[in-house]
Design a protein around this ligand. Structure first.
Ligand SMILES: Cc1cc2nc3c(=O)[nH]c(=O)nc-3n(C[C@H](O)[C@H](O)[C@H](O)COP(=O)(O)O)c2cc1C
Ligand code: SF4
Ligand code: SF4
Length: 379
């Protein structure tokens, strides 16, 4: 068995207070964050493990001076931190005034035989580091950490054996990180940081890419979910949603989840539903996107040509972008239509049996991790 690197560390100086803020859908980032607080708990340091959706500025710890360590843990969502973490960083995280800061972006690794193909964090790692610097923190550690990929609406899911293997590996990597922070840092690995930097290269060419992804994931990807006929109307998905994004619609005995625009596709509802009742209607997504793009392209073409602004040849490339923009605004109303159509049994049956999520069957959340703990942290 591997020796825990934290056990041998001679402390240069210990922190008095460690506060870790995390965003986590299926528990990976929560578990990694708890590995850090466990190490400091063992040293009798005061620790707090706070989900960002419950972090209130007035209650934040005194984050000043080098005896304070503030950790940020979250998943990579399209090479960016999730919305909830971005919002927290920009508007609610207090100024550091010399406090130390560390960032861990968990990313989706994919096992292939004996190797694990690393995921990519990109700005999920570098954006929080930049904000910490701007807010007056001293950076003492940063890492992209491979954990099982939870992108269940497009992914067939990882076997329990591979999940266990990946967790053990992630824990070993994180132990080295914790050990370095326990000794007051620095906790960096050059290869890891360079790998994450490589994932930032596309943003240099297309700076709008992260924002486009974050918006599309919110109004499109997050709008493909629905509960199939196996739903027991228990409401657990709504109760545990970190964004309060699910409304239960109907009487208590028949209520079904309705996904509002607040959903940031963290996958907690899908990963933790006991009955695996939540599916993602990929086919509907493709149909809606192409239908809306086509419709708005036709409308724009007519408007341009009829108003004499341009000839039909000249207009074509411009309408492509404009039609995408128009299609984008059609996505939210399309979800209302989708929700309405599910009330018609043959259509609900069709949606259910054409989803990939039903075909894969597998669901994911961090092993041995209760949804209640992920939702509440240890404050
Ligand atoms: C919407 C979405 C987007 C994702 N994007 C990425 C990505 O860009 N790169 C990556 O390596 N993993 C990506 N993943 C995988 C997660 O980052 C990874 O599984 C993470 O450990 C999940 O952490 P959590 O359980 O704390 O939410 C994505 C997952 C979701 C749900
Ligand atoms: S989708 Fe799952 S968690 Fe949500 S109400 Fe139905 S059975 Fe309960
Ligand atoms: S609705 Fe589901 S996927 Fe969306 S934020 Fe809530 S728990 Fe996450």
């Amino acid at each position: 068995m591997d020796k825990n690197p934290c056990a041998d560390y001679k402390h240069k100086m210990s922190y008095k207070n460690v506060t870790v803020y995390y965003a986590s859908g299926t528990g990976n980032s929560y578990r990694a964050a708890s590995w850090l607080t466990d190490v400091f708990d063992a040293e009798n340091t005061r620790t707090h493990l706070v989900p960002v959706d419950k972090a209130v500025p007035a209650q934040q710890q005194q984050q000043t001076g080098s005896q304070q360590l503030v950790g940020l843990y979250h998943p990579a969502h399209g090479l960016m931190p999730p919305w909830s973490m971005i919002h927290f960083l920009l508007f609610r995280l207090q100024r550091g005034k010399g406090a130390h800061g560390a960032v861990v972006a968990t990313r989706g690794g994919i096992p292939l035989g004996n190797i694990i193909i690393p995921g990519g964090g990109g700005l999920a790692l570098y954006f929080p580091l930049l904000i910490l610097l701007i807010k007056g923190y001293r950076i003492r550690g940063a890492m992209g950490l491979d954990m099982p990929c939870n992108l269940l609406n497009v992914h067939w899911g990882i076997t329990p054996e591979n999940t266990e293997r990946m967790f053990e590996r992630a824990k070993r990597h994180h132990d080295r990180f914790s050990a370095a922070l326990l000794a007051n840092g620095p906790a960096f690995r050059t290869a890891n940081l360079l790998w994450e930097l490589l994932w930032c290269v596309p943003f240099a060419f297309y700076p709008l890419l992260p924002f486009i992804y974050l918006t599309i994931s919110r109004v499109f990807m997050a709008k493909l979910m629905f509960a199939d006929a196996t739903c027991t109307h228990c409401g657990a998905c709504a109760r545990h949603c970190p964004r309060d994004a699910i409304k239960m619609v109907g009487s208590p005995k028949t209520q079904t989840p309705f996904w509002t625009w607040r959903c940031e596709a963290c996958m907690r509802c899908m990963g933790y539903c006991r009955h695996k009742s939540i599916q993602a209607a990929q086919l509907w997504g493709v149909a809606v996107w192409w239908g809306l793009s086509f419709l708005s392209a036709v409308i724009l073409q007519h408007l341009y040509v009829n108003s004499g602004v341009a000839s039909s040849q000249w207009v074509a490339p411009h309408t492509t972008y404009l039609s995408w923009a128009l299609a984008f605004f059609g996505l939210l109303p399309a979800y209302y239509l989708f929700y309405g159509l599910q009330k018609i049994p043959p259509l609900r049956w069709l949606f259910t049996y054409t989803t990939l999520t039903r075909l894969y069957r597998r669901r994911y959340h961090a092993p041995d991790t209760r949804v209640k703990d992920v939702a509440n942290g240890q404050m």
